[in-house]
Write a protein that binds this ligand. Structure first.
Ligand SMILES: Cc1cc2nc3c(=O)[nH]c(=O)nc-3n(C[C@H](O)[C@H](O)[C@H](O)COP(=O)(O)OP(=O)(O)OC[C@H]3O[C@@H](n4cnc5c(N)ncnc54)[C@H](O)[C@@H]3O)c2cc1C
Length: 127
């Protein structure tokens, strides 16, 4: 945590980004196909890819977007498994599901940088 004028107690990323607290609080009922609890990488990616398929989505975030680990990490986009090699994944999940997960992980960095380019996200990304 760092101290930046007017941003006490937030992570560096939050202190220097345009992420704001001005998104509306949910009041009353909302009628959507999918409600996602948590606006970190997992919730936001699910929301984006679901919405792109024409499904109505709401993201419910208790704090501000990326308040959790997503707004506090080291920023490395590394297409591997932190504590497992591909052989372990196949052994644990079986050849079919293991192979699918390894393929997914292998393409994950390209997915991230493609998203940044496609949506013009200003985040000083360097692939
Ligand atoms: C110190 C650190 C360094 C890391 N470095 C890297 C790295 O370099 N590269 C990498 O790929 N990964 C890294 N990671 C891992 C990565 O940041 C996480 O795997 C990822 O951010 C998890 O995203 P998430 O959406 O699952 O969870 P989170 O980002 O934690 O999102 C969960 C969200 O849910 C919200 N929430 C919780 N409960 C509720 C509720 N009841 N109602 C509404 N909202 C709720 C929280 O406020 C939060 O915003 C790091 C993690 C840490 C902690």
């Amino acid at each position: 945590m760092i101290e930046v004028a007017g941003s006490s107690g937030v992570s560096l990323w939050h202190a220097v980004s345009r992420n704001r607290r001005d998104r509306p609080t949910l009041e009353g009922a909302l009628d959507v196909d999918l409600a996602i609890v948590g606006g970190g990488f997992s919730g936001l990616s699910t929301a984006l890819h679901t919405a792109e398929k024409g499904i109505s989505v709401a993201v419910l975030e208790a704090e501000i977007i990326a308040w959790g680990a997503t707004g506090r990490n080291a920023g490395f986009v590394v297409p591997n498994f932190a504590k497992r090699d591909p052989d372990h994944i196949a052994a644990e999940l079986g050849p079919e599901r293991g192979e699918r997960l390894v393929e997914f992980a292998t393409g994950s960095a390209d997915l991230v940088f493609d998203l940044i380019r496609r949506h013009g996200i200003e985040c000083d990304a360097d692939q």
